[in-house]
Design a protein around this ligand. Structure first.
Ligand code: ZN
Length: 420
């Protein structure tokens, strides 16, 4: 198998193991441990911060490598990404019965392309917490589906699909009433329903990722936004030779719902972790602020490839193509954190890694989304650049990317951490 073929098959394994943010973080933690990183308990005082370490908070993970030789000019080089994706989320009271069907009552998490979740076998995955506070990861196989109405019963259905989020999005789960959802999830976790307290459980598309295209140049999967950044960053970090600065990888939860949580990018997770690392290296008070001022951040999140059926939605000159490298994201409104200085940093990293790269800027009539980049930049005052691989069908249950780009991104992140 070619080098990029090996990279894509490792990415496919990672995607398949990571149906939710909680699973993604467990997968990342396993890989970090296997690569010699030490798990740090946030609740304990840290006696050391050097070498390779990581911590986990909910659906977020922060990992770092302190260089073996610390100069007076050491800073942080942070790569940020996110672990969550749009989905349906189980409501607290979820068992529903309609016309002989056993259904599930669910709400919408983030901003999915809702039609892509229809007529698709979905599983349930996430965490359940028992009464003494112990968390259990759970994951079912395909158990449910939201079926569309046939055009025979709604002749206007193809005019413009509109979906009532309460009436039309409830998945069918079985016939009759056994087992109820709590029993099913507790069976998965191996605990008694008597000790069940609450669930953070979401839908996930059960279809396996697949390579396709005229020359096998595309990859289809759920959750490429943003595991197409998480995996390349993880891969780069676990193979990293020590660089000049503290290499930090922060994968946050809850980006799709605004990041304002304890494990999201608007919360204190990254700032507090960096402060603890700096404190452990003796950089407190004025030295801490100087260390921050010597730092930088790459906010890595999926970008928009040009869609050939909708070219009018894109800028006429900056139309990212698949397999032409990671995309630098620019916005005059600072929806992305990139500026000329951080763009130059990114350019250096891509050149150093011998990786092609390209640019996305919005069509003026089509405002773009945002990322964790502006959040980390405003919280910490660290110069930040937004970049990510080009994908299509962003927020669909089945997104697609090019098979060459994830490895390009990983190489560029390696070069960034090594001091580009
Ligand atoms: Zn994203």
């Amino acid at each position: 198998m070619s080098e990029s073929g090996e990279f894509v098959s490792a990415l496919i394994d990672f995607l398949a193991a990571s149906p939710t943010s909680y699973h993604a973080v467990a997968t990342v933690a396993d890989r970090l441990s296997a690569a010699g990183f030490t798990h740090m308990d946030e609740q304990q005082r840290w006696s050391g911060v050097g070498g390779k370490r990581f911590l986990v908070r909910g659906g977020a993970v922060v990992a770092w490598i302190v260089p073996e030789i610390l100069t007076d000019n050491v800073g942080f080089r942070v790569v940020g990404a996110h672990t969550d994706s749009p989905a349906l989320k189980l409501k607290p009271k979820a068992d529903l019965w309609v016309a002989g069907w056993q259904q599930l009552n669910m709400e919408v998490y983030g901003g999915p392309l809702i039609n892509s979740f229809l007529d698709r076998e979905l599983g349930l995955a996430g965490r359940i917490v028992d009464l003494d506070g112990t968390e259990h990861l759970v994951r079912t196989g395909p158990v449910m589906r939201v079926s569309q109405l046939a055009p025979h019963l709604d002749r206007s259905v193809n005019d413009r699909l509109t979906i009532d989020r309460q009436a039309e999005l409830m998945p069918s789960f079985g016939l009759g009433d056994e087992p109820d959802i709590v029993t099913l999830l507790c069976d998965q976790a191996g605990i008694s329903p008597a000790v069940f307290a609450f669930a953070d459980v979401l839908s996930y598309p059960t279809e396996a990722p697949a390579v396709f295209g005229n020359n096998g140049e595309f990859l289809a999967s759920s959750r490429l936004d943003d595991l197409s950044s998480v995996f390349p960053a993880l891969n780069a970090l676990t193979k990293l030779e020590s660089g000049p600065d503290v290499a930090v990888f922060a994968a946050f939860d809850h980006e799709e719902v605004g990041s304002a949580t304890t494990s999201g990018a608007q919360g204190p997770l990254l700032a507090d972790t960096l402060a603890r690392i700096a404190g452990g290296l003796g950089a407190t008070g004025d030295a801490w602020y100087a260390m921050l001022a010597r730092s930088s951040c790459v906010s890595s999140d999926a970008a928009h490839s040009v869609n050939p059926n909708h070219v009018g939605k894109y800028d006429p000159l900056s139309r990212p193509m698949m397999n032409q490298g990671p995309v630098l994201k620019v916005s005059a409104q600072q929806r992305y954190a990139t500026d000329a200085s951080t763009a130059a940093l990114w350019e250096r990293a891509c050149r150093e890694a011998d990786v092609p790269h390209q640019v996305f800027v919005s069509n003026n009539d089509v405002p773009c989304g945002s990322t964790i980049g502006p959040l980390t930049a405003t919280r910490l005052g660290i110069p930040t650049v937004d970049a990510g691989i080009p994908i299509l069908s962003m927020h669909s249950a089945r997104e697609m990317c090019g098979t060459a780009d994830p490895e390009y991104l990983s190489r560029a992140l390696t070069a960034y951490w090594q001091g580009a």
